[in-house]
Ligand binder design. Sequence first.
Ligand code: IMP
Ligand code: MG
Length: 177
Amino acid sequence: MADNLVILFDEQTIGKKVEELALQISRDYAGKELVLICILKGAFTFTADLMRQLTIPATVEFIQVASYRGSMVASQDLVIKQDIVADIKGRHVLLVDTIIDTGKTLACVCSMFRNRGPSSLGVAALLDKKPRRILYVDITYCGFEIPDRFVVGYGLDFNEQYRNLPYIAALDAVDLR
Ligand code: IMP
Ligand code: MG
């Protein structure tokens, strides 16, 4: 392991939390069908693990967005690189992301999907980096709150590296923003 990686959540800890979240989601949506929307690329690992623990019928869609950092206005900040395929009108939708940082991505994606008329729209995030929040996001299912540290692994990258790590680690001593 590189010297500058400090493990915050190991594989077992993540697995237990994902199981807890899936149980809660399965209970809350009992008798309903859920559309999971995975926010690429960072959420692919979390979405796959979460989905396999659900006991309710669920389908999955993928969206990829690119954010332009700097602007304070979320809608001017985000470009949809790949949209979902399914029509979500009248359906129960759960947006899945691994980490919420400033909240700009989620706030923008939420308002976009809300305009498409889903029956309900929830958010599941494994990590909440609360000290960095700029835009309010209502996180329905949250795994862990973390301090303002840049983290990698479990789908999260730094320059496309580290997504394959099975744990989540803080990447220290790099200039990230
Ligand atoms: P937000 O729009 O500022 O909330 O940023 C959310 C996105 O930024 C996440 O979906 C991640 O792709 C990325 N991101 C934010 N913080 C981190 C981090 O600590 N490590 C890796 N990616 C991050
Ligand atoms: Mg990234």
